[in-house]
Design a protein around this ligand. Structure first.
Ligand SMILES: Cc1cc2nc3c(=O)[nH]c(=O)nc-3n(C[C@H](O)[C@H](O)[C@H](O)COP(=O)(O)O)c2cc1C
Ligand code: SF4
Length: 440
């Protein structure tokens, strides 16, 4: 086997995975408006299981109806959702692939609020600074209700026969909104010093452990460094790596089994997913957000202007950092977290698609496994290519981020036309997720 570290098993406290490549979370609008799941989502996940990844970490799965960020994402808000997740898990398991469900709550960060809850909840009453989505600061009763929703979500994932859960504690969603010194402006026991800001996520972990016990896999995705002022210098910088090291140690004490390292206090963020800002493509889809946020029309006009959009693109890509550092962008933070938490595995996300880089990262002890999103969207069989000794795909992901900016409006898939023989071939590949059509 050419890449023996990638193809060695990884053992967590409650879970063993056949190799070191995890499909990272990728949200797409595959489901019904009310959050019930569809065959298209099963087809989507089956593509990656068939392609050889050791485990799939699901996309954003809301634990509470008020935590939704877009319509058409399958939720885990009630027991009647369990059969769908069981059916999905069964298909994934047929390929000796594990399935970890991402328990999520968007808080104030939403792309298209649904008709049932137009106003988001957050640690703060301040609207998000990029799109201007309205929100209310959560009351203590709402905080407790959300904590229980996470615990119930974990219980339902376990009853569905899935292999574990991940807390979406990264990228600006509700858990980040509590953790972040750049967002959380509360004066009660859930705001202020780091120990208070971490109270929300720690209580979630404790509630999950109380609900599902110690023998069900639970991991935390965290933005190790938030770079909260990356685009808007007037904003505070947010949590530093040092803050996150402390949070990770507390979470290990509370019973978390792994840490998944990401970055950025918002989504998207120049550093996540790290790549280009495809403004030409963004112009076609950002209109769907205009009615949602008080700043969205301003942004749309900015993206429509030739000079303003070029300026914004330049600002975004400067904040991202050098293009040749995209692959493994979060490895320095992962290494620091691994040293701090020692006893539990650390996963790292961000740009991976070269086998030698992944091998070296694992060998050096920077992380125990990597999670991959866009390069697996581009090449569903990336792991099989590595297995055959192909160290980097011949037709790689270009990090153009066209998949990302299409996702709020169009089916998830690779939108980089240069990767396909024709536009029609690209469209056919994107639409292949709807085949087969029947719920089995
Ligand atoms: C279209 C798209 C959707 C995503 N959805 C999620 C999500 O639902 N939850 C999450 O934690 N991260 C999400 N991410 C971030 C990825 O999981 C991943 O961490 C990031 O893209 C960096 O990895 P990559 O360079 O391999 O793409 C998404 C990324 C993309 C491009
Ligand atoms: S559109 Fe395709 S090539 Fe571009 S970032 Fe997404 S997966 Fe990669």
């Amino acid at each position: 086997m050419p890449y023996d570290r990638i193809f060695s098993t990884l053992t967590f406290r409650n879970l063993t995975v056949k190799n070191r490549i995890f499909r990272s979370n990728v949200a797409g609008r595959f489901d019904n408006y009310d959050g019930t799941g569809t065959q298209a989502r099963i087809n989507w996940e089956a593509k990656f299981a068939r392609g050889g990844v050791g485990a799939i970490i699901s996309s954003f799965v809301p634990v509470h109806p008020r935590g939704r960020i877009l319509p058409n994402y399958a939720t885990i808000v009630s027991d009647d959702r369990i059969p769908f997740w069981r059916a999905l898990g069964k298909v994934v398991h047929e390929h000796d692939c594990k399935y970890i469900l991402q328990l999520s709550h968007g808080g104030r960060q939403r792309d298209i609020p649904t008709i049932d809850y137009p106003v988001g909840l957050s640690s703060t009453a301040r609207q998000d600074p990029l799109h201007g989505f309205e929100c209310e600061a959560m009351t203590t009763a709402q905080i407790k209700e959300s904590i229980q929703a996470f615990a119930e979500g974990a219980r339902r994932a376990r009853e569905a026969g899935l292999d574990g859960v991940e807390l979406h504690g990264a990228n600006g969603y509700l858990i980040t909104q509590f953790l972040s010194s750049g967002i959380n402006d509360r004066t009660d026991e859930y705001g202020g010093v780091l120990a208070n800001r971490a109270r929300f996520v720690r209580e979630i972990v404790q509630a999950i452990r109380a609900r599902v016990g110690r023998d069900f896999h639970l991991q935390m995705k965290i933005s190790a460094t938030e770079f909260n002022n990356a685009l808007l210098p007037e904003e505070p910088p947010g949590n530093t790596l040092q803050d996150s090291l402390e949070v990770c140690k507390w979470l290990v004490d509370d019973g978390v089994d792994a840490i998944h390292v990401s970055s950025g206090s918002a989504f998207p963020h120049p550093k996540n997913p790290p790549g280009d800002l495809p403004v030409d493509e963004l112009r076609k889809t950002y209109d769907s957000l205009i009615s949602s946020g008080s700043l969205a029309l301003r942004n749309y006009l900015l993206f429509m202007g030739r000079f303003t959009s070029a300026l914004f693109k330049e600002r975004w890509e400067t904040a991202r950092g050098p293009r040749d550092r995209i692959e493994g962008i979060n490895l320095p933070d992962a290494r620091a977290i691994k040293q701090a938490v020692g006893t539990i595995p650390v996963l790292c996300t961000g740009g991976f698609q070269t086998a030698a880089i992944i091998e070296t990262a694992i060998a050096r002890g920077d992380c125990d496994a990597v999670s991959i999103a866009r390069p697996l969207i581009a090449n569903n069989d990336l792991v099989q290519q590595f297995e055959r000794g192909i160290g980097r795909p011949a037709n790689p992901c270009t990090y153009c981020n066209k998949c990302l900016v299409n996702a709020p409006e169009n089916p998830l898939g690779c939108y980089e036309e240069t990767r396909f023989p024709s536009r029609d071939a690209m469209v056919q590949e994107i639409l292949s997720v709807y085949r087969p059509q029947t719920f089995q």
